[in-house]
Ligand binder design. Sequence first.
Ligand code: SF4
Ligand SMILES: [Zn+2]
Length: 118
Amino acid sequence: MNTDLDQVWQDLALCQEVDPELFFPDQGDHASAAAAKGVCAACPVRFECLTDALVQRERYGIRGGVSERKRREIKYLPHRCGHCSSPVLDPDPRRVYCSAICRSSAEKSRRALKRTAA
Ligand code: SF4
Ligand SMILES: [Zn+2]
């Protein structure tokens, strides 16, 4: 059942603007899978999408940038990156950032803030 909240994030889904088939690549079609994951990487609702797919145990297609095979391996819900709000695929809550790029960007911002305050 879709709630109003589901509708809000689904309205922002970037995949609405591309061929839906892209998100259901044939086995071994790495080029299509990479293209779909590229769309997800730029999608503003990636966290909501992946969380929904995990909660609903969505069996087919790439959701939130993660293939169905990889989703089957995930036994926890993601948390949000402290910098970009993307999903962090690590059950350890001490892992604050989704990537080294986000960690380093957050550290740079913190240093810049400190300089401004000094
Ligand atoms: S994360 Fe990917 S599959 Fe999910 S809504 Fe965004 S573009 Fe679509
Ligand atoms: Zn991030």
